[in-house]
Design a binder for this molecule. Structure first.
Ligand code: F6P
Length: 527
């Protein structure tokens, strides 16, 4: 299958994407809608043949069957023997979801109702500031979403502390009133060293500054023994099961800070958006299926064309943290080197995901995207309208810039065009040529665009669920386990062994020369 696609690539690699638009209806044929969201992948080198070969790949990889297994609660995360059911958290009016023969929905609904009641209480009480302490999936999701939905934010201020670097918690707590601050300790395992270190520091700060940690600490976790041992009473623990992966957990208790920020109704709309995408993903034909097509375009660019990175470029300032969120979602999920059966992958693992909001990125790194020697497929995102009707002219400029970038990437500027420009400026001879060559844009660089009416809670829910399912489909086709993360463990183990060495309680003997020298540098400067 991959071989067929490689042949496809050889066939189309030198063809100008622009030529594909000579056929009427290219934009319509190579775009798809889900609700009000539009995904346009017409500015890629994919034609009918390529798309058919890519869809064959999905069929051969039994994506439909694997999708069914995920939604049905089968233990598809088989290196941890767990089901993968973040979709149950937004299965608001769907039927039963069984794990080991047990319907999980009553507990999901009960927890959601408790969250709603508690968030109402916090929003109407004296709390002025909420500090969510968590890292990875227990931080990136709520932090990204609170920023994304700031026009709907009518609850207390929200802050996010993730890094074990004391600078993070010190800078965050400085200026807060311990008597009116609520601390949310968000950790699925309640054992992550960064989070627990920050949580203990926050508890000491609260005690020292007249607050009451017994009343002002909340835990979001699946480890009730540890939340109890930390001293957080059961009624302020919002639990979830091990079938919710950390980077997929925003939809349940880990979303509590978001719910406190925007209220239970807007949070409900966020869940409904995700649920709408779940329904679309399960029901739409391959040709119409947005997560499947987004995944196939991703596989085409990374595994087939060999483009090693993918830029996520939201023309939406409030999606500023989306690239970081997607880095965890995509790279922790699909950054794997072995297939489900333990054999080596025969194609590259998932791509490096990076990006920043437009138009800022244009004035920073787009130079490389347009004229660098490597091709970087771009994913643009744009809302038809913003939340500032009085600043319509800003939004018009934003949209114009977004569309201009994908146009420029595809179209490029030939040497001939560049020469004409420089000739008009009075250059001649060899200098004309030299100057013109600096102004050539190779073009024929692929991009896709996601367009949506406005960044509402519903649309954000759709968008995040879209990316979750894209990751699922890419993982299913690569035949990897997208739901474990063994690659983060070795570093954690070594950090544990280095801790006492850095503190000066243990010897660095046995460590490699570089590590010993670095430890020595730190110790010398401390002395
Ligand atoms: O170390 C990686 C990781 O396990 C992520 O997968 C997870 O989102 C993060 O750490 C935080 O884990 P926890 O919520 O258990 O503190």
């Amino acid at each position: 299958m991959w071989q067929d696609l490689k042949s496809e690539y050889t066939r189309v690699r030198d063809r100008p994407i622009l030529d594909l638009f000579q056929k009427d209806g290219r934009a319509q044929d190579f775009s798809v809608t889900a609700g009000d969201m539009l995904f346009d992948y017409s500015k890629t080198n994919i034609d009918e043949n390529t798309r058919a070969a890519l869809i064959d790949l999905a069929v051969t990889a039994r994506v439909a069957e694997k999708r069914g297994a995920m939604f049905a609660g089968a233990p598809i995360n088989d290196t941890e023997a767990r089901a993968v059911l973040h979709t149950a958290l937004r299965n608001l009016d769907g039927g039963a979801v069984l794990v080991d023969g047990q319907d999980v929905m009553p507990e999901v609904r009960d927890t959601l109702a408790r969250m709603a009641e508690y968030s109402d209480q916090v929003r109407s009480g004296p709390v002025t500031d909420v500090v969510n302490i968590g890292i990875g999936g227990s931080d990136l999701g709520p932090s990204m979403a609170v920023q994304a939905l700031s026009p709907y934010h009518d609850g207390p201020r929200c802050h996010f502390v993730s890094n074990v670097d004391g600078a993070h918690i010190a800078d965050t707590l400085r200026g807060l009133d311990a008597k009116t601050t609520l601390i949310i300790v968000a950790s699925k395992t309640f054992g992550t060293i960064e989070t627990m270190t920050n949580a203990r520091t926050a508890r000491a700060w609260m005690q020292d500054h007249g607050g009451d940690p017994k009343a002002q600490f909340v835990a979001l976790s699946s480890n009730l023994d540890k939340t109890g041992a930390f001293g957080i009473p059961r009624e302020r623990v919002f639990g979830f099961q091990d079938w919710v992966g950390g980077r997929y957990s925003l939809w349940g208790p880990i979303g509590l800070s978001l719910m406190i920020a925007i209220g239970k109704d807007a949070f409900g709309a966020f869940l409904r958006g995700a649920q709408a995408m779940d329904i679309h993903f399960q029901a739409a034909d391959w040709h119409e299926n947005m997560p499947v097509l987004l995944a196939l375009v991703g596989l085409w660019h990374n595994q087939v064309c060999g483009y090693a990175t993918r830029a996520v470029l939201p023309y939406d300032q409030r999606l500023g943290q989306l690239p970081a969120y997607l880095q965890q979602l995509e790279m922790e999920s699909n950054g794997k080197r072995v297939a489900m059966d333990g054999s080596d992958l025969t194609v590259p693992s998932g791509p490096v995901v990076w990006g920043a909001p437009g138009t800022n990125g244009q004035h920073a790194f787009y130079q490389l995207i347009h004229q660098g020697t490597r091709v970087i497929p771009c994913e643009f995102m744009i809302a038809a309208e913003g939340h500032e009707p009085e600043l319509r002219h800003h939004h018009d400029l934003l949209v114009a810039n977004c569309l201009a970038q994908s146009e420029a990437l595809m179209q490029g500027r030939s040497l001939q065009e560049a020469r004409a420009l420089m000739q008009a400026k009075g250059y001649t001879g060899a200098e004309l040529d030299r100057q013109a060559r600096h102004r050539v844009f190779p073009g024929n660089r692929p991009s896709v665009t996601l367009a949506y009416p406005q960044l509402t809670p519903f649309v954000l829910g759709q968008l995040i669920a879209l990316y979750e399912h894209r990751v699922f489909v890419e993982g299913a086709i690569l035949d990897i386990n997208s739901f474990d993360q063994w690659g983060v463990e070795l570093g954690k183990e070594l950090a544990t062994s280095l801790g006492p060495i850095i503190e000066g309680h243990a010897s660095a003997e046995g460590k490699d020369g570089s590590t010993r020298a670095l430890v020595g540098f730190v110790h010398r400067w401390r002395d």
